[in-house]
Design a protein around this ligand. Structure first.
Ligand SMILES: C[S@@+](CC[C@H](N)C(=O)[O-])C[C@H]1O[C@@H](n2cnc3c(N)ncnc32)[C@H](O)[C@@H]1O
Length: 253
Protein backbone atom coordinates (compact mmCIF):
# COMPACT_ATOMS: atom_id res chain seq x y z
CA UNK A 1 0.00 0.00 0.00
CA UNK A 2 1.47 3.42 -0.89
CA UNK A 3 2.09 5.86 1.99
CA UNK A 4 -0.45 8.68 2.51
CA UNK A 5 0.12 11.85 0.50
CA UNK A 6 2.46 14.25 2.26
CA UNK A 7 1.11 17.77 2.92
CA UNK A 8 2.94 21.02 3.55
CA UNK A 9 4.57 20.80 6.95
CA UNK A 10 5.51 17.17 6.53
CA UNK A 11 2.51 15.57 8.23
CA UNK A 12 0.35 12.97 6.54
CA UNK A 13 -3.03 13.69 5.03
CA UNK A 14 -6.09 11.44 5.34
CA UNK A 15 -7.36 9.62 2.28
CA UNK A 16 -10.51 9.54 0.18
CA UNK A 17 -13.68 11.16 1.33
CA UNK A 18 -12.14 12.02 4.72
CA UNK A 19 -9.60 14.18 2.92
CA UNK A 20 -12.39 15.97 1.05
CA UNK A 21 -14.25 16.56 4.32
CA UNK A 22 -11.25 17.94 6.22
CA UNK A 23 -9.10 19.64 3.61
CA UNK A 24 -10.72 23.09 3.78
CA UNK A 25 -10.51 23.24 7.57
CA UNK A 26 -6.99 21.93 7.56
CA UNK A 27 -5.83 24.42 4.88
CA UNK A 28 -7.16 27.31 6.96
CA UNK A 29 -5.60 25.97 10.15
CA UNK A 30 -2.23 25.53 8.50
CA UNK A 31 -2.23 29.20 7.51
CA UNK A 32 -2.75 30.15 11.17
CA UNK A 33 -0.37 27.58 12.63
CA UNK A 34 2.48 28.40 10.27
CA UNK A 35 2.69 31.95 11.59
CA UNK A 36 3.85 31.02 15.07
CA UNK A 37 4.63 28.28 17.56
CA UNK A 38 1.52 28.38 19.63
CA UNK A 39 -0.18 27.12 22.76
CA UNK A 40 -3.22 25.41 21.25
CA UNK A 41 -6.32 24.36 23.12
CA UNK A 42 -8.66 21.87 21.47
CA UNK A 43 -11.94 22.03 23.35
CA UNK A 44 -13.99 18.89 22.68
CA UNK A 45 -11.00 17.57 20.78
CA UNK A 46 -12.17 13.98 21.26
CA UNK A 47 -9.76 11.32 20.05
CA UNK A 48 -7.36 13.89 18.61
CA UNK A 49 -8.07 13.81 14.89
CA UNK A 50 -6.98 17.44 14.68
CA UNK A 51 -4.96 17.77 17.88
CA UNK A 52 -2.38 15.14 17.02
CA UNK A 53 -1.84 16.57 13.56
CA UNK A 54 -1.38 20.03 15.09
CA UNK A 55 1.19 18.57 17.52
CA UNK A 56 2.99 16.95 14.58
CA UNK A 57 3.68 20.51 13.39
CA UNK A 58 5.48 21.21 16.68
CA UNK A 59 2.77 22.96 18.67
CA UNK A 60 1.90 22.20 22.29
CA UNK A 61 -1.74 21.05 22.34
CA UNK A 62 -4.10 20.60 25.26
CA UNK A 63 -7.27 18.64 24.57
CA UNK A 64 -10.17 19.15 26.95
CA UNK A 65 -12.99 16.66 26.58
CA UNK A 66 -15.61 15.17 28.92
CA UNK A 67 -15.14 11.64 27.56
CA UNK A 68 -12.52 9.46 29.30
CA UNK A 69 -12.70 6.98 26.41
CA UNK A 70 -11.92 9.71 23.90
CA UNK A 71 -8.99 10.91 26.02
CA UNK A 72 -7.61 7.37 26.25
CA UNK A 73 -7.80 7.05 22.45
CA UNK A 74 -6.13 10.47 22.16
CA UNK A 75 -3.22 9.30 24.33
CA UNK A 76 -2.77 6.17 22.20
CA UNK A 77 -2.88 8.19 18.98
CA UNK A 78 -0.35 10.74 20.30
CA UNK A 79 1.97 7.91 21.38
CA UNK A 80 1.72 6.16 18.00
CA UNK A 81 2.43 9.44 16.20
CA UNK A 82 5.49 10.22 18.33
CA UNK A 83 4.05 13.42 19.83
CA UNK A 84 3.19 12.22 23.33
CA UNK A 85 5.26 15.05 24.85
CA UNK A 86 3.31 17.69 22.94
CA UNK A 87 -0.23 16.50 23.67
CA UNK A 88 -2.00 16.78 27.02
CA UNK A 89 -5.48 15.42 27.61
CA UNK A 90 -7.63 16.82 30.40
CA UNK A 91 -11.11 15.73 31.36
CA UNK A 92 -13.51 18.67 31.40
CA UNK A 93 -15.95 20.60 29.28
CA UNK A 94 -16.75 24.07 28.06
CA UNK A 95 -18.54 24.94 31.28
CA UNK A 96 -15.44 24.15 33.38
CA UNK A 97 -12.90 25.54 30.91
CA UNK A 98 -11.75 28.43 33.09
CA UNK A 99 -11.14 26.06 36.03
CA UNK A 100 -8.64 24.22 33.83
CA UNK A 101 -7.05 27.00 31.80
CA UNK A 102 -5.82 30.41 32.98
CA UNK A 103 -7.60 33.42 31.48
CA UNK A 104 -5.80 34.93 28.50
CA UNK A 105 -3.30 32.05 28.37
CA UNK A 106 -4.08 30.52 24.98
CA UNK A 107 -2.96 31.58 21.50
CA UNK A 108 -5.30 29.38 19.46
CA UNK A 109 -8.49 27.54 20.39
CA UNK A 110 -10.03 24.83 18.23
CA UNK A 111 -13.72 24.25 18.88
CA UNK A 112 -14.81 21.77 16.24
CA UNK A 113 -18.17 20.02 16.39
CA UNK A 114 -18.95 21.11 19.95
CA UNK A 115 -20.94 24.37 19.84
CA UNK A 116 -24.00 22.54 18.53
CA UNK A 117 -24.29 20.42 21.67
CA UNK A 118 -23.97 23.08 24.36
CA UNK A 119 -27.04 24.72 25.92
CA UNK A 120 -25.91 28.30 25.43
CA UNK A 121 -23.58 28.90 22.45
CA UNK A 122 -23.05 32.60 23.24
CA UNK A 123 -22.02 31.83 26.83
CA UNK A 124 -19.69 29.07 25.59
CA UNK A 125 -18.02 31.43 23.12
CA UNK A 126 -17.64 34.10 25.80
CA UNK A 127 -15.84 31.53 27.96
CA UNK A 128 -13.55 30.63 25.06
CA UNK A 129 -12.83 34.33 24.48
CA UNK A 130 -11.70 34.62 28.11
CA UNK A 131 -9.32 31.67 27.71
CA UNK A 132 -7.71 33.29 24.65
CA UNK A 133 -5.19 36.09 24.79
CA UNK A 134 -6.38 39.33 23.15
CA UNK A 135 -5.91 38.89 19.40
CA UNK A 136 -5.82 35.10 19.80
CA UNK A 137 -7.52 32.96 17.17
CA UNK A 138 -10.58 30.76 17.38
CA UNK A 139 -11.06 28.00 14.80
CA UNK A 140 -14.75 27.11 14.99
CA UNK A 141 -16.52 24.32 13.11
CA UNK A 142 -20.32 24.12 13.26
CA UNK A 143 -23.11 22.39 11.37
CA UNK A 144 -24.76 24.51 8.68
CA UNK A 145 -28.52 24.77 8.96
CA UNK A 146 -29.74 24.54 5.35
CA UNK A 147 -27.65 21.49 4.46
CA UNK A 148 -29.51 19.39 7.01
CA UNK A 149 -32.76 19.92 5.10
CA UNK A 150 -31.09 18.97 1.81
CA UNK A 151 -29.47 15.89 3.37
CA UNK A 152 -32.80 14.59 4.66
CA UNK A 153 -34.46 15.15 1.30
CA UNK A 154 -31.59 13.49 -0.58
CA UNK A 155 -32.00 10.39 1.55
CA UNK A 156 -35.74 10.25 0.87
CA UNK A 157 -36.90 11.63 4.23
CA UNK A 158 -39.12 14.31 2.74
CA UNK A 159 -41.45 14.72 5.72
CA UNK A 160 -38.60 15.26 8.18
CA UNK A 161 -36.89 17.59 5.66
CA UNK A 162 -40.01 19.76 5.56
CA UNK A 163 -40.36 19.64 9.34
CA UNK A 164 -36.78 20.82 9.75
CA UNK A 165 -37.25 23.50 7.09
CA UNK A 166 -40.31 24.92 8.83
CA UNK A 167 -39.16 24.44 12.44
CA UNK A 168 -35.36 24.65 12.49
CA UNK A 169 -35.17 25.42 16.22
CA UNK A 170 -37.92 23.31 17.74
CA UNK A 171 -39.81 20.07 17.21
CA UNK A 172 -38.64 16.47 17.08
CA UNK A 173 -36.32 16.87 14.08
CA UNK A 174 -34.43 19.82 15.57
CA UNK A 175 -34.24 18.17 19.00
CA UNK A 176 -32.83 14.93 17.57
CA UNK A 177 -29.58 16.45 16.35
CA UNK A 178 -27.01 19.09 17.30
CA UNK A 179 -27.92 22.74 16.78
CA UNK A 180 -26.92 24.08 13.38
CA UNK A 181 -26.25 27.67 12.34
CA UNK A 182 -26.49 29.86 9.29
CA UNK A 183 -23.39 31.88 8.41
CA UNK A 184 -25.10 35.10 9.52
CA UNK A 185 -26.13 33.56 12.83
CA UNK A 186 -22.67 32.30 13.72
CA UNK A 187 -21.01 35.61 12.81
CA UNK A 188 -23.58 37.44 14.96
CA UNK A 189 -23.12 35.20 17.99
CA UNK A 190 -19.33 35.51 17.67
CA UNK A 191 -19.62 39.29 17.57
CA UNK A 192 -21.85 39.23 20.66
CA UNK A 193 -19.25 37.06 22.44
CA UNK A 194 -16.24 39.30 21.83
CA UNK A 195 -14.87 37.99 18.52
CA UNK A 196 -14.21 39.58 15.13
CA UNK A 197 -14.78 37.05 12.36
CA UNK A 198 -11.94 37.03 9.84
CA UNK A 199 -13.05 34.19 7.52
CA UNK A 200 -16.03 31.89 6.95
CA UNK A 201 -15.44 28.76 4.88
CA UNK A 202 -17.93 26.39 3.27
CA UNK A 203 -16.96 22.84 4.31
CA UNK A 204 -18.19 19.57 2.78
CA UNK A 205 -20.27 21.15 0.03
CA UNK A 206 -20.12 18.03 -2.17
CA UNK A 207 -18.40 15.31 -0.14
CA UNK A 208 -21.46 14.32 1.88
CA UNK A 209 -23.83 14.16 -1.09
CA UNK A 210 -21.81 11.82 -3.29
CA UNK A 211 -22.08 8.03 -3.36
CA UNK A 212 -18.90 6.58 -1.84
CA UNK A 213 -18.24 4.55 -4.97
CA UNK A 214 -17.65 7.73 -6.98
CA UNK A 215 -14.98 8.93 -4.58
CA UNK A 216 -13.29 5.75 -3.46
CA UNK A 217 -13.17 3.69 -6.64
CA UNK A 218 -12.47 6.16 -9.45
CA UNK A 219 -8.72 6.81 -9.86
CA UNK A 220 -7.87 10.42 -9.02
CA UNK A 221 -11.42 11.24 -7.93
CA UNK A 222 -10.49 11.78 -4.31
CA UNK A 223 -7.88 14.45 -5.09
CA UNK A 224 -10.16 16.09 -7.69
CA UNK A 225 -12.91 16.29 -5.06
CA UNK A 226 -10.49 17.87 -2.58
CA UNK A 227 -9.64 20.50 -5.21
CA UNK A 228 -13.33 21.14 -5.90
CA UNK A 229 -14.09 21.58 -2.20
CA UNK A 230 -11.18 24.02 -1.95
CA UNK A 231 -12.41 25.94 -4.99
CA UNK A 232 -15.82 26.70 -3.47
CA UNK A 233 -14.75 27.12 0.17
CA UNK A 234 -14.49 30.90 0.01
CA UNK A 235 -17.41 31.55 -2.32
CA UNK A 236 -20.25 33.00 -0.24
CA UNK A 237 -22.89 31.55 -2.58
CA UNK A 238 -21.84 28.04 -1.49
CA UNK A 239 -22.17 28.67 2.25
CA UNK A 240 -25.83 27.63 2.23
CA UNK A 241 -24.94 24.29 0.60
CA UNK A 242 -22.14 23.37 2.99
CA UNK A 243 -22.66 20.66 5.61
CA UNK A 244 -20.43 22.66 7.94
CA UNK A 245 -19.11 26.18 8.36
CA UNK A 246 -15.54 26.78 9.41
CA UNK A 247 -14.95 30.17 10.96
CA UNK A 248 -11.75 31.91 11.96
CA UNK A 249 -12.26 34.67 14.50
CA UNK A 250 -9.97 36.88 16.54
CA UNK A 251 -10.60 37.74 20.18
CA UNK A 252 -11.17 41.46 20.40
CA UNK A 253 -8.64 43.31 22.56
C1 LIG B 1 -18.33 15.56 17.17
S1 LIG B 1 -17.05 15.26 18.33
C2 LIG B 1 -15.80 16.30 17.64
C3 LIG B 1 -14.41 15.84 17.99
C4 LIG B 1 -13.29 16.70 17.41
N1 LIG B 1 -13.40 18.09 17.85
C5 LIG B 1 -13.24 16.61 15.91
O1 LIG B 1 -13.56 17.60 15.24
O2 LIG B 1 -12.88 15.56 15.40
C6 LIG B 1 -17.63 16.20 19.73
C7 LIG B 1 -16.71 16.13 20.94
O3 LIG B 1 -17.16 17.09 21.90
C8 LIG B 1 -17.12 16.52 23.18
N2 LIG B 1 -18.09 17.29 24.00
C9 LIG B 1 -19.40 17.06 24.17
N3 LIG B 1 -19.94 17.99 24.98
C10 LIG B 1 -18.93 18.84 25.32
C11 LIG B 1 -18.86 20.01 26.14
N4 LIG B 1 -19.93 20.49 26.78
N5 LIG B 1 -17.66 20.63 26.25
C12 LIG B 1 -16.57 20.15 25.61
N6 LIG B 1 -16.59 19.05 24.83
C13 LIG B 1 -17.75 18.39 24.69
C14 LIG B 1 -17.44 15.06 22.97
O4 LIG B 1 -16.96 14.23 24.02
C15 LIG B 1 -16.73 14.77 21.64
O5 LIG B 1 -15.41 14.32 21.84
Amino acid sequence: MPPPDPQPGGHRSPQGRTAARNSVVWDALLEVLRETTAAVLDIGGGTGGFAVRVAELGHQVTVIDPSPDALAALARRAEESGVRDLVTGQQGDLASLLDLVAEGSTDIVLCHGVLGVVDDPAAALTTIARALRPGGTLSLLVGQRHAAVVARAMSGHFVSAKELLEHPDEGAEAAASPRRFTADQIVAVLDESGFDTTAVHAVRVFADLLPGSLVDLEPGASQALVELERAVAERPEYLTLATQLHVLAARRS
